[in-house]
Design a protein around this ligand. Structure first.
Ligand code: NAG
Ligand code: NAG
Ligand code: NAG
Ligand code: NAG
Length: 357
C-alpha cells in the first residue's frame, strides 16, 4: 500500500507542476508578444524630386546591424549598443541619419546636453527595434519604378516631458557667428522668441522643410494613446554635464547654468502666542485691558467728583458750625465730632467703590 501510494503522489505532483509551468510560460509569451513591438520600416525605397530619401515599409522583426552602420550607431546612439545589435535601420538610413545630425550639430554643438537630448529621440525614431510601439505609418505609397512600398508620413507618440525638457535645454543655445539663437534658425517663422516645444517639433517634422524627408507628426502625450506607448527618452538638463568629456553648457547657452544670486534671507518665522498670531493676541489683550482701564477710570472719575462735591459740602457745613460756635462757646468739640461723623461715611464709600483705582 505504502509503496504504491508514494509514486502515485509524485506522479500527481509532477502533473500539477507541469501544468503550472505550462500556464506560466503561456502567459509569459502572451505578455512579451503584446509588449515586444516590431519595425515599421527598413532600408530606403524611394527618392523624391527634392532628392530626399523615404524608407521602405516593413513590419517584420529588426535585423542585425554590422560594419559601418554599427560605427555610426555607436557614435550617435551609445545607449542602443549591445552585444547583438538589431535595428529597423540599415546602413543607408544610418548615413542619412548621420548627415542630419551633423546639420543639427552646426547649430547646437555648443551645448552637448541639448544636442544629445535631440539626437536620442532620432535614434529611437530611426532605428528602434520596437518602433511599432510608439509609431504609426499613416501614409504608405508605392514606388512606381520598383513596386516597393515606402512610408511617406508617420505619427510619433512621445512624452510631453521629453518634448518640454529637450526644448528647455536647447532654447538658449546661441550661434555666435550669426549673432542669433539656434532656434531662430530651427523654429521656422516663429523665431526663438515665440518658439515653444510644440512649434519646434512641428517645424522639425514638417515635410515642407527641405531637410525633412517625409511628414513626421509629433504627438506629445502623457499616457498611452490607443495601443501606442509614448517614447520617453532620457533628458539631460543643459546645466548638467553629459559625461566626463562633455561639460555642462555655459551660461551663454543655458539659462540654468548662470550663477544664481545668493538666496534671500529666510523670512522670520511668524510670531505665535498660544497657537494664534502673536500680534493679534497682544492687540486683543491691549484692547481689552485698555478698554477696562478706560471704563474703570470713568467710574472712578464720576465717584471722585461726588467725593469732591461732598467734601466741599462738608467744608461749608463745618464753616457754618464753626461760625455758629463763635456765638455758643463749648460747641467746638461738638462741631469737630459732627465733621467727623459727616466725613466717615464718605471715607467708607470711597474705600468701597475705588479700592481698585
Ligand atoms: C553584415 O551582415 C550581413 C548578414 O547579416 C552580411 O551579409 C554583410 O556582409 C555584413 N556586412 C559587413 C560589412 O560585415
Ligand atoms: C495608424 O494609421 C492609420 C492611417 O492613418 C490608421 O488607419 C490606423 O487606425 C492607425 N493605427 C492605430 C493603431 O491607431
Ligand atoms: C509593378 O506591378 C505591376 C502590377 O502589379 C506590374 O505590371 C509591373 O510590371 C510591376 N513593375 C515592376 C518593376 O515590378
Ligand atoms: C497626431 O498629430 C497630428 C498632427 O498634430 C494629428 O493630425 C493626428 O491626428 C495626431 N494623432 C493622434 C492619434 O492623436
Amino acid at each position: 500500500m505504502q509503496r504504491t501510494a508514494i509514486p502515485k503522489l509524485k506522479h500527481k505532483n509532477f502533473i500539477s507542476i507541469a501544468i503550472m509551468l505550462a500556464l506560466f510560460f503561456m502567459s509569459f509569451l502572451a505578455v512579451t508578444n503584446a509588449e515586444e513591438g516590431h519595425c515599421i520600416w527598413y532600408g530606403q525605397c524611394h527618392t523624391d524630386q527634392m532628392g530626399r530619401s523615404q524608407n521602405c515599409y516593413y513590419t517584420g522583426e529588426a535585423k542585425p546591424l554590422n560594419g559601418s552602420g554599427l560605427e555610426i550607431l555607436a557614435r550617435n546612439c551609445p545607449h542602443m549598443m549591445s552585444n547583438d545589435v538589431r535595428t529597423c535601420c540599415d546602413v543607408n538610413q544610418l548615413e542619412t541619419f548621420d548627415t542630419n545630425i551633423k546639420l543639427a550639430a552646426n547649430f547646437l554643438a555648443r551645448c552637448p546636453s541639448c544636442l544629445d537630448n535631440l539626437v536620442k529621440h532620432l535614434c529611437e525614431f530611426t532605428c528602434s527595434p520596437k518602433q511599432s510601439l510608439f509609431m504609426n505609418a499613416t501614409q504608405i505609397e508605392v514606388n512606381e519604378d520598383t513596386n516597393n512600398t515606402y512610408v511617406n508620413a508617420v505619427d510619433v507618440f512621445i512624452t510631453n516631458k521629453y518634448l518640454q525638457g529637450t526644448f528647455t535645454s536647447c532654447k538658449k543655445v546661441s550661434i555666435p557667428s550669426l549673432g542669433q539663437l539656434a532656434l531662430d534658425v530651427m523654429c521656422g517663422d516663429w523665431g526663438a522668441s515665440r518658439c515653444t516645444a510644440e512649434r519646434w517639433f512641428t517645424f522639425m517634422g514638417d515635410s515642407n522643410n527641405p531637410y525633412v524627408p517625409f511628414q513626421i507628426n509629433y504627438n506629445g502625450t502623457d499616457g498611452k494613446v490607443g495601443p501606442f506607448i509614448p517614447m520617453d527618452p532620457e533628458v539631460t538638463p543643459c546645466s548638467k554635464a553629459l559625461n566626463e568629456k562633455s561639460p555642462a553648457c555655459s551660461c551663454v547657452d543655458c539659462e540654468s547654468s548662470c550663477p544664481v544670486p545668493p538666496p534671500a534671507p529666510p523670512l522670520p518665522t511668524p510670531f505665535k502666542l498660544i497657537g494664534y498670531d502673536g500680534i493679534a493676541v497682544i492687540m486683543t489683550i491691549i484692547f481689552i485691558s485698555g478698554s477696562s482701564i478706560f471704563l474703570m477710570s470713568i467710574i472712578c472719575f464720576s465717584n471722585r467728583k461726588q467725593i469732591v462735591a461732598r467734601g466741599e459740602e462738608v467744608g461749608r457745613q463745618v464753616g457754618r458750625r464753626l461760625a455758629a460756635g463763635l456765638h455758643h462757646p463749648g460747641d467746638v468739640a461738638r462741631i469737630a465730632l459732627a465733621a467727623d461723623q459727616e466725613d466717615s461715611p464718605l471715607q467708607s464709600k470711597r474705600s468701597s467703590t475705588c479700592s481698585v483705582c
